[in-house]
Design a protein around this ligand. Sequence first.
Ligand SMILES: [Zn+2]
Ligand SMILES: [Zn+2]
Ligand SMILES: [Zn+2]
Ligand SMILES: [Zn+2]
Ligand SMILES: [Zn+2]
Length: 218
Amino acid sequence: MERVRLDQSALRAVDEYWEYRRIVGDDDGGTLLTPEQYEEYKRKVLPLRMKNRLYVSFGVPGGIDCKFIGPETQCFCTHRYKQHKTDFEVIPSGRPLALPCQVRGCQCSTYEFVPRNGPTPVRCKCKHLPQDHSEAAGHLCKKCTSCSGFQSPFTCGCGQPSYAHQTLVETKAEREARGRPLGRDVPYAAMGGLTGFSSLIDGYLAMEASDLVNKCRV
Ligand SMILES: [Zn+2]
Ligand SMILES: [Zn+2]
Ligand SMILES: [Zn+2]
Ligand SMILES: [Zn+2]
Ligand SMILES: [Zn+2]
């Protein structure tokens, strides 16, 4: 196998590209911003993004954060978190905060996490998959008439059924008031619930891991 050689400047270009992607996301509409536009974008968006960061997690109200939503985490509508509205100049005062999907033609009114059972998303009690249901609010089934809206009895790692969970979108102040970690301020788009390395692990697994660490210390 031939080894790919990249010289220092090529490596720097790759780094800069990833940095650009994580900052700009899809906001450039598929056409790279010019260096001037990029500087302008950063000047305009970054202070707001740092100030108005939204944290997104999935859990039973009052319980642990079972899952932290990251930029690539899929929504009920099958699109990723980063494809939803995640930047606000002014955070709306109404709760729950709605983060509608921005993919053209998608009816999704707000980001909603669906747990997975291995590689496939969990099924509704009507036995159909999330994608057999409308992505619009109410999530009615398109394949049967007995379903009154997607509801999965699947048991989450925390022991509670999936339908008892909700996707929580909260501001920094709201998250702080719940005593949850905020992580560092970062300039990247659609960070959702990612606040550090441990948030890459599902909440209940992280709890088990820290349990294990505690047991090992004893
Ligand atoms: Zn969508
Ligand atoms: Zn969506
Ligand atoms: Zn159905
Ligand atoms: Zn259903
Ligand atoms: Zn759970």
